[in-house]
Design a protein around this ligand. Sequence first.
Ligand code: AMP
Ligand code: ZN
Length: 469
Amino acid sequence: MKIYNTLSGRKEEFVPIEEGKVSMYVCGPTVYNLIHIGNARPMLIFDTVRRYMEYKGLEVNYVSNFTDVDDKIIKKAVEEGVDASVISERYIAECKKDMEGMNVKPATTHPLATQEIGGMLEMIETLIEKGHAYRGADGTVYFRTRSFKGYGKLSHKNLDDLQGGNRSLLVSGEDQKEDPLDFVLWKPKKEGEPYWESPWCDGRPGWHIECSVMSKKYLGEEIDIHAGGEDLIFPHHENEIAQSEAANGKPFAHYWMHNAFLNIDNKKMSKSAGNFFTVRDISEKYDLQVLRFFMLSAHYRSPLNFSAELMQAAQNGYDRIVTAVENLNFLMESAKAEEESAREKELEEQAKAYVAKFEDAMEDDFNTADALAAIFELVKFVNTNTDGESTKAYLQALKNEITMLTDICGLIVEKKQELLPEDIEALIQERQDARKAKDFARADEIRNELLEKGIVLEDTREGVKWKRA
Ligand code: AMP
Ligand code: ZN
């Protein structure tokens, strides 16, 4: 499996720290609003990376934070006259709804910045002790950027160029900095803002420290993959490396993955320019599976343009796969339960070539565009090599192959049929009858059929109960 590593600037073979396991941290959104479709890109891409790794048998510990204390959250809280936590909790809940709609798996852990302040105080203390940080007159704590020798290694920036070229770093109010390159680890509270006590002043953390701390707590000092959008390379990820490596004395993340930006109609997405969509906006017009398909239709390191035409193309592509699966289901309903013919076995073998093609694309730095192309080739093969004469086993095998690949992409191509309570009760009765007649195969079949439709059966002393999974 090859991954393009921003740190080295090239594709590298992926070798996890611990065999069979992957530790992965993905910078999550700041929760002050509904997430926009730009935020959805890293969520969908890295969820797909995770799914592919799991398919390959790797155990992925996936951590993605919610930044729940920040100027924008506080501003909104002031506007609404509520506590900042009201805003962050509201938008975390909304974000989780959008993630569910896009079929993004919940992370192993979704830490919140406000719940990890203790760890941040500890890391800042360590940095001060080691001479990598200092307290300014008003209690602000700064990271002493030049004290960390590797600064600039991720963004491939040279410290002196940064200082000369980036005058905006020399902003007013920051004259207590020893060096304009130094960045904030802890800052004093302002009137009406949430704050925490610290040895330096009552205040709150700077932007970057939370990820260093949460990554260490949930994944360890040295991790496999750290990811996010390319805007985070500098300064956020550069600063995370400086904090973590200076505090822990170990390399931080082995692989740094960054997705390119999503633009709208070839322009930068911007609220003021009126070309801005939330995931919720999109969900009013399209199934969010179409948005997912659209995001995967380009390589994650290429800029992706969003437009009505391209979404229509995504809709057509997605529908093509859904229709193929529907056709297989239809054929299966009346298909013969005979053994597969020799010809079918041969075709089934041939179809495996598309799985290999899909895997090759994914192994090459997660080329989802080529991976989707392999699924289309498989769909075409299935459409031309199935008919009313096909056996059930053969049709099922082909369907399994398509859904195995779409599952890796996180694409739901088969809608669960809604079952009414009467239907469920009727099936439960049929299962009971089958059990009485010692037809356990049929009884198990019904249990599985219900499970596939999201109904879990429980055999209790009072009889069989059911609940939605
Ligand atoms: P933020 O809430 O701004 O910190 O962003 C959360 C995540 O979304 C980060 O990984 C960003 O890099 C990413 N992101 C923000 N805007 C876009 C965009 N237009 N295209 C792709 N990724 C984006
Ligand atoms: Zn981060």
